[in-house]
Design a protein around this ligand. Structure first.
Ligand SMILES: [Zn+2]
Length: 343
């Protein structure tokens, strides 16, 4: 048992102490004796419950009262009973401590779920590799990467490619870099493994050839599209449960009937690299969305895309309703406007 790294027990006034400094997390303990406050203040130095009980005896605090105080601290996520050595070994201590503070309880189950998760990242430019590295650093256990294009000079640096990687196949190099930095991450999976989520990193427009099988096979996917002056993160598509990539394209066609012709040309255009700030912002946003989905927290990109722009630190949001002509959720257009119940 020990005080969780990054958690604070602070003295407010005589008789009152506070767990956590952040006003959103803070829990105030009052009715404490001066000795009890001293015991709590010294908790960071103790490493076991027996040491805390011994310190309590020195201060004249009875064991049941010490245990009661420890239980209250544990309920705030400020204490941990034991720590799996693998957490430290894999460099996931900060991750566990952060999400335990957020959840106000031991969040080991969050890390376990991430370790069991399989995420595929298709498109490994500097943004794609940065995104995959972010997921590895957050504890995602299996990362499948695919990109047959060659590493370009513009890809080097941010995500982890080095100058020596220029000209090598991106997918191969990405797997090598991830394995080297995160030895616990698996970069392959048995045939027919179904990913928990696929991230598609495209330039100009999402590739419909890659989207179709994901919708058909009900695989959740996050669209990331690098455009001329911004990056769109989202929507996160849950097939049958909200708008899909085709819905987005149909809405664009409603706004501009020549969009399909433009989109076809964008699809074949070469990838021109990603500006540094855009890559960082977009990768961070996408990693946050993938983890929210894996952790079972609300996502911001359900039916929504976030336009990340190097000129604006706050992303602009755009909502995408299901398009009635898409058919992806079983809704169809009925003359007269009435819509049948989902099939
Ligand atoms: Zn659709």
């Amino acid at each position: 048992m020990r005080l969780r790294p990054g958690s604070h027990v602070l003295w407010r006034r005589e008789g009152t102490s506070q767990v956590h400094a952040d006003p959103e997390l803070a829990v105030v303990l009052d009715g404490l004796s001066v000795e009890e406050q001293r015991l709590l203040e010294g908790l960071g130095r103790e490493t076991s419950e027996s040491a805390v009980l011994a310190r309590g005896r020195e201060l004249g605090i009875r064991a049941p009262r010490v245990r009661e105080l420890l239980t209250r601290l544990e309920a705030c996520g400020a204490l941990e009973r034991d720590r799996d050595p693998a957490v430290g070994h894999h460099g996931l201590g900060a991750e566990l401590d952060h999400w335990s503070r957020v959840a106000q309880r031991d969040a080991r189950d969050v890390l376990t779920r991430r370790q069991e998760a399989v995420v595929a990242v298709l498109g490994l430019d500097r943004l794609g590799l940065l995104l995959a590295s972010g997921l590895a650093a957050a504890g995602v256990g299996t990362l499948l990467t695919e990109d047959r294009a060659r590493v370009r000079r513009e890809d080097v640096g941010l995500g982890g490619y080095t100058l020596r990687d220029v000209g090598e196949q991106r997918g191969d190099r990405a797997r090598g870099i991830l394995r080297l930095t995160y030895p616990h991450v698996r970069t392959s999976a048995p045939p027919r493994t179904r990913p928990d989520l696929v991230v598609l990193v495209d330039h100009g427009v999402s590739d419909p050839v890659r989207l179709r099988p994901l919708v058909r096979e009900d695989v959740t996917h996050l669209l990331v599209v690098v455009r001329e002056v911004d990056v769109l993160v989202g929507p996160l598509v849950t097939p049958g449960g909200g708008p899909c990539g085709r819905c987005v394209e149909l809405h664009r066609t409603d706004a501009d009937d020549r969009w399909p012709a433009l989109a076809t040309q964008l699809l074949g255009a070469p990838d021109r690299g990603v500006e540094a700030t855009s890559a960082l912002l977009a990768a961070g946003t996408a990693v946050g969305e993938v983890l929210a989905h894996l952790d079972g927290r609300p996502v911001a990109t359900s039916g929504t895309s976030l336009a990340v722009d190097a000129r604006r630190p706050v992303p602009r949001t755009r909502q995408w309703p299901v398009h009635p002509e898409c058919g992806c959720t079983g809704l169809a257009v009925v003359p007269g406007g009435a819509q049948p119940a989902p099939a």
